[in-house]
Design a protein around this ligand. Structure first.
Ligand code: SAM
Ligand code: SF4
Length: 327
């Protein structure tokens, strides 16, 4: 079992399988000029499988696959096939922009993938194209509808971006009224790789909830596990539900149960901190799993209490891109 220096059990790992992406969301990365990692520096699928085996043996029971866009990796399904065989791994989930998932949906369902988070910050083609800088709305929408029809739980991540998609918030609320999805509205964070200035956050969790309340005054708070990052609500009669994630104001840090591993093998113990170790060389060259385990135990044993402490300890990490961190 991995237990941190604040007595928190670490049972959740977010694994970024690539830093590449086929979209260019303006809150995540610049349109061009982003320095992607050398291909050889990315973890190979066998190295990821080995890492997941080690983590699961240490009590991790939830793995989220993220990126970059996970499905730009041609060998992703090989990893997912492997994860499906790990008996004590209770939950495998994926965060995706849903542009490339289409051909894999049936297999993902058959493998028992538990949930898919679709990042969709606009429910209209023109705002989608402006934000993602690509014209892929119809593909995403079609794949989203197929995912909703599948056995997998579907959530939509929608970042509220001042001046860009505030009008889409009510459209998204109408969407969750009709379909059994949870839409999670997120605060924007300053991880855009220098794409644009991050000024004071206008759409914080209170402002988002207030905006929703003006159109939908009647919602009920839903119970959520202690480790949940979202505060969830349901409107009577609606098929779906909605939640708000205070990703920038960070009110959920106290119960954090997660580790992040980037596509190059960096181990991150807090989203607001810098990597504390790199696992690629031991995974590639060392035969003894104990070397990787020691790095994990050391990292977990000196975690910051929360995102504010991590930020203080590491200095500013703002300006890096979420495509390398994985969200
Ligand atoms: N490409 C996939 C996707 O978009 O779902 C997975 C990787 S993406 C980096 C993971 C999550 O990070 C997405 O839900 C995305 O919305 C979120 N994200 C990216 N940049 C962000 C930012 N500056 N602030 C808040 N969330 C961000
Ligand atoms: Fe790509 Fe996801 Fe970043 Fe958008 S948020 S550019 S889809 S990695």
């Amino acid at each position: 079992m991995l237990i941190d220096n604040h007595d928190r059990v670490i049972n959740y790992v977010r694994l970024a399988v690539t830093d590449r992406c086929n979209l260019r969301c303006n809150y995540c990365m610049p349109e061009e000029g982003i320095a992607f990692s050398r291909k050889d520096d990315l973890l190979r699928i066998d190295e990821m499988k080995r890492l997941c085996n080690i983590l699961v043996a240490r009590g991790v029971d939830k793995i989220r696959i993220t990126g970059g866009e996970p499905f730009v990796r041609k060998d992703l399904m090989d990893l997912l096939e492997h994860l499906a065989t790990l008996e004590t791994l209770k939950e495998v989930s994926i965060t995706t922009n849903a542009t490339l998932i289409g051909p894999h949906i049936n297999r993902l369902e058959a493998l028992g993938i538990n949930s898919v988070n679709v990042s969709l910050d606009a429910i209209r083609p023109d705002s989608f194209a402006r934000i993602t800088r690509r014209d892929q709305f119809h593909t995403v929408y079609e794949n989203l509808m197929r995912l909703i029809d599948s056995k997998m739980e579907v959530r939509i991540n929608f970042i509220v971006l001042d001046g860009q998609n505030v009008d889409d918030v009510y459209h998204m609320m109408e969407f969750q009224e009709q379909y059994p999805v949870r839409v999670r509205f997120l605060e924007e964070m300053p991880f855009n790789g220098g794409s644009r200035d991050f000024v004071k956050l206008k759409w914080n969790h209170r402002a988002i909830l207030e905006h929703i309340r003006q159109r939908y005054p009647e919602f009920e708070k839903q119970p959520a596990p202690l480790t949940s990052t979202s505060v969830n609500y349901k409107i009577p009669g609606h098929q779906g539900s909605f939640g708000i994630i205070p990703s920038f104001t960070r009110t959920f840090c106290g119960s954090c149960n997660r580790l992040r591993v980037t596509a190059t093998g960096d181990l991150i113990t807090c989203l607001y901190g810098k990597p504390v170790a790199n696992l690629r060389s031991p995974l590639r060259f060392a035969h003894d799993d104990a070397i990787v385990e020691d790095l994990l135990v050391q990292a977990v044993g000196s975690r910051a209490k929360d995102g504010f402490e991590a930020q203080e300890r590491f200095g500013s990490i703002f300006g890096s891109s979420m495509t390398s961190i994985g969200g």
